[in-house]
Design a protein around this ligand. Structure first.
Ligand code: NA7
Length: 870
């Protein structure tokens, strides 16, 4: 077939790959009237479903969902025979699609694209094929799939075996008959788990070499789910809409049941229902916190392990099949048909490579540390160089001779998983940084293709002919992808999601886990904001609206959404007592914060009466005195008490190893300025004088506070300096109020929508001080003398109206010779860093605070020295 020696051709677009994504891309580009050329190294359409022909290969998303939805007529013309279709049926479907839209005529099969090079002068790509063809095109689109580049065998002696060798990812078209053979299977991922039961039916002996046991639930295959088909029948558009705006591309109501707090009965009921349903969408949604909270994940994982133990009769084999080295969902969970039962067959044996690793493949079979095995055939189900393998293999060279491989040497970098800077007009479908492998591919592919097609249409209409992301937009998106991964348990596993299955591959979380819905919204927002983060050029045109599409931490955004949905009245519209009651009610619903060794309540004699305090002592050794931190809660001098900041105090205590004394001071409007500040100073004096009784080391005292609490903490430091005592080793100021000037840019940017608003801040100031007092250093410590203040750690949050005054205070302190550490709470609001147990992304900031606290104190100073010094 098509094998010209060397032709020069011009197309608007080249599409590499003729699987789900390549076929739909061709269809859409044609609709736009563009000239298109497709290539695929396979002999026909199908992509993944062309190559992975091993027995038992099936999709693991139910067929009513794993299907194109762009054309209702196509949907009407095709009926799936099963809930999870076999590879031959899916391949038939893709052939049917190719025929129905006449797509094959534009595709050159059995042709590998070997290189692609951008010509900056011509603004075109030159594509070279393995047949020596050169094609010129304006748009180069890789539709090469996420799991298409098989991992090369990384086992000693892999080439030596004299028997038959098979790869699940490159299965012979004519099939394989294992009847009467001694067969080895290496690998127990999705492919291994699907193929093993079928090989066991034929082989005389089957030995499975398992490195990592995987979580798998029964697929319960059968006819396509009737409820799903009925919903589609009744309202196809509504159903597809729900899929497109769901978390994984399958309509599913996300649960709010937390594994850690649910009753045993509820846990069991939800798990059994998911086990019976046999769908990924169900098992990943048993508990809302299963991918975030290790304790919740353990509960689910243990229920799956119980099932494995109940199926597999030999207890040792059952235990070997129980995954224990990774959290459920952090490696791709599998669906199986009789996988665990297979190990009850007398001719099937499981070899645990953790106990007896493979030393070498030999001519006759496999040698492990303990045994030599003889085989007639070895089947490799060892996986893929996922998500990036196929993209970098094609030798793509962008502007200035930079290759994709070089650019991605430390891990892939994309904007939206669609494009990468330095490679104009180069699109990736379901590239790294998109939901892809964490979603129903059919839905994600359609969304990507539609976005690319929409983009090319918009460009044409505006007379533009190149598009490329900016470095800023791309690095912002990469950060967001990593932030989303970091709040989950995903980075803890040695998975192909992390690139950990391929020796030498950088360890980076590859897909976007924020959800299909959130991703779609981000892509739509980019377009809605005039292709934010893209530079587009054309004859006489050069436009770029630079920026970052998502810079808030994902869990902070979730909290804001949750609060917005509750529709609470703004605090600044309430009388102080009602605002206090509202704050107490929301505080009661929070996680309690970590356990500490001891919590005791007491009172401090204050200048105008007793001040309640709560003392937190860390658990565990060393016995005896520890550094002391006097802490002041937030709440704008009006709200808050010992309970309001209790989880944060526990967290500070546990992380820093210091005794934390949280002090409740007088509040406004009942006691106005400077009552709170004077109370704070009195509390610090008292704590210093009573350090030993409090379990503290005399002379090792720091102050800390959040928001208005940070205001009075630093005022106390200024007063202590002026009074020449007590000695304070350091101050931690979390999102402090240090000035009454509300005109700084952070007020303009963040004054509305991030809990602490400009209106609320004004309400606080009005309750606390008369306008005439607001320039006083005891109200606005930024305006005071900053010389001689103790070492300081300031936390400034991106989405805080107070951000800029915190930063200004840090600079002013530095200028006054004070050692300062400025911790930027990236993507956080005024309140989110303090939300212990709710906002996971705040933990690194609190770890930094704890480290700053520890650094305030001379390490391991013997008590006698401290006593002498004080
Ligand atoms: P996977 O999920 O990457 O599974 C590969 C398996 O092979 C897995 O159990 C690996 O163990 C094992 N493996 C890989 N290399 C070795 C060596 N050198 N020695 C022993 N065992 C090895 O690939 P699949 O094809 O099963 O599934 C890929 C995806 O396709 C699937 O998730 C679906 O989305 C569709 P490891 O876990 O690395 O210890």
């Amino acid at each position: 077939m098509n094998k010209p020696a060397s032709v020069s051709d011009q197309f608007d677009a080249v599409v590499v790959g003729a699987g789900f994504s390549g076929l739909y891309m061709l269809y859409r580009l044609r609709q736009l009237g563009l000239s298109v050329k497709g290539f695929d190294s396979a002999g026909d359409v199908g992509g993944t479903w062309y190559w992975n022909r091993y027995p038992g290969a099936r999709c693991d998303i139910a067929t009513p969902d794993y299907t194109f939805s762009f054309d209702p007529e196509l949907e009407n013309e095709w009926t799936w025979s099963e809930k999870y279709a076999t590879q031959p049926e899916i391949l038939d479907y893709l052939r049917f699609v190719a025929d129905r839209y006449g797509l094959r005529s534009d595709i050159q099969f059995s042709t590998t694209v070997t290189s692609a090079r951008w010509d900056e002068q011509e603004k075109r790509w030159t594509i070279t094929t393995g047949h020596g063809q050169e094609i010129r095109c304006r748009y180069y689109i890789m539709a090469t799939g996420c799991l298409s580049m098989p991992k090369s065998p990384d086992i000693e002696g892999a080439g030596r075996f004299a028997g038959q060798v098979y790869f699940t990812s490159r299965w012979p078209h004519e099939g394989v008959d294992f009847t009467g053979q001694r067969v080895a299977v290496i690998g127990t991922g999705s492919s291994g788990i699907q193929v093993i039961p079928l090989i066991a039916r034929q082989a005389s002996q089957l030995t499975v070499f398992q490195r990592t046991p995987n979580f798998s639930i029964p697929a319960h295959n059968g006819p396509a789910p009737a409820d799903r088909l009925r919903q589609l029948d009744e309202d196809r558009d509504g159903y597809r809409h729900d899929a497109r705006w769901s978390r994984i591309g399958v309509p599913n109501e996300p649960t709010d049941v937390l594994g850690v707090t649910a009753s045993e009965a509820v846990r069991r009921e939800r798990f059994e229902a998911a086990w019976e349903q046999g769908e990924l969408a169900g098992i990943v949604n048993v508990f809302a916190d299963q991918l975030f909270n290790p304790a919740s994940n353990d509960i689910l994982a243990e229920m799956i392990r119980e099932k494995i133990r109940s199926i597999v009769t030999d207890p040792e084999t059952a235990e070997t099949l129980c995954p224990k080295d990774h959290y459920f969902g952090t490696k791709r969970p599998c669906l199986d048909t009789g996988y665990f039962d297979t190990y009850n067959l007398p001719h099937v044996r499981l070899v645990d490579l953790r106990k007896q690793p493979i030393v070498s493949i030999t001519e006759d079979g496999i040698e492990t540390a303990d045994e030599s095995f003889g085989f007639d055939a070895i089947v490799y189900a060892t996986g893929f160089d996922a998500m990036t393998g196929a993209l970098v293999a094609a030798d793509v060279t962008g502007r200035d001779g930079l290759s994709l491989k070089e650019k991605w040497a430390a891990g892939p970098s994309t904007y939206l998983g669609l494009m990468t800077a330095g490679f104009p007009n180069f699109f990736m479908l379901t590239g790294p940084g998109s939901p892809s492998v964490l979603s129903n591919m059919a839905v994600s592919i359609e969304q990507h293709v539609d976005w690319v097609a929409g983009c090319l249409k918009d460009m044409r209409e505006e007379g533009l002919d190149t598009i490329e992301p900016t470095e800023l937009a791309e690095s912002g998106w990469n950060q967001h992808v990593q932030d989303c991964g970091a709040i989950t348990l995903m980075p803890t596993a040695n998975s192909w999601y992390m690139g950990a299955n391929v020796p030498g591959k950088p360890r980076v979380f590859l897909p976007y886990i924020g959800g299909v819905d959130a991703y779609r919204q981000a892509c739509d927002d980019v377009v809605g904001q005039g292709y934010l983060g893209f530079r587009m050029t054309g004859p006489g045109a050069d436009r770029c609206r630079d920026g970052v599409i998502r810079s808030m931490q994902p869990d902070v955004a979730m909290v804001l959404e949750f609060l917005a949905a509750m529709g609470l009245p703004p605090m600044d519209t309430l009388p102080a007592d009602d605002a206090r009651a509202l704050m107490a009610a929301t505080a009661a619903a929070r996680p309690p914060g970590p356990e500490v060794g001891e919590v005791t309540d007491g009172v401090i004699p204050g200048p105008a009466g007793d001040l309640p305090y709560r003392l937190y002592r860390p658990a565990g050794p060393p016995e005896g005195p520890r550094p002391l931190v006097v802490y002041f809660h937030g709440g704008g001098w009006v709200l808050g008490n010992l309970d309001s900041d209790d989880p944060l105090c526990r967290d500070l205590c546990e992380r820093s190893g210091a005794v934390v004394v949280s002090v409740n001071y007088r509040h406004a409007p009942e006691a106005r300025f400077p009552a709170a500040a004077l109370d704070a100073f009195a509390a610090v004096q008292w704590a210093a004088a009573n350090a030993l009784e409090l379990g503290g080391i005399p002379g090792q005292l720091a102050v800390a506070g959040w928001s208005a609490g940070a205001n009075i903490a630093t005022v106390a430091c200024q007063l202590a300096r002026d009074a020449e005592g007590p000695h304070i080793s350091g101050q931690v100021l979390i999102c402090p109020v240090v000035d009454s000037d509300m005109t700084r840019p952070s007020y303009q940017e963040n004054g509305d929508g991030y809990i602490l608003t400009t209106a609320l801040m004004r309400w606080f100031w009005d309750h606390y001080t008369d306008p005439a007092d607001r320039g006083e250093p005891r109200a606005a410590p930024l305006r005071g003398d900053l010389h001689g203040l103790p070492s300081t750690c300031i936390v400034a949050a991106d989405f805080d109206p107070l951000r800029d005054e915190g930063v200004a205070y840090a600079h002013a302190l530095e200028a006054a010779g004070v050692p300062v550490r400025l911790a930027r709470a990236r993507g956080h609001t005024h309140t989110s860093v303090t939300m212990v147990g709710t906002v996971i992304s705040g933990a690194p900031v609190r770890a930094e605070i704890a480290e700053a606290l520890r650094n305030f104190f001379p390490s391991a100073e013997p008590l006698e020295h401290a006593l002498q010094r004080s």
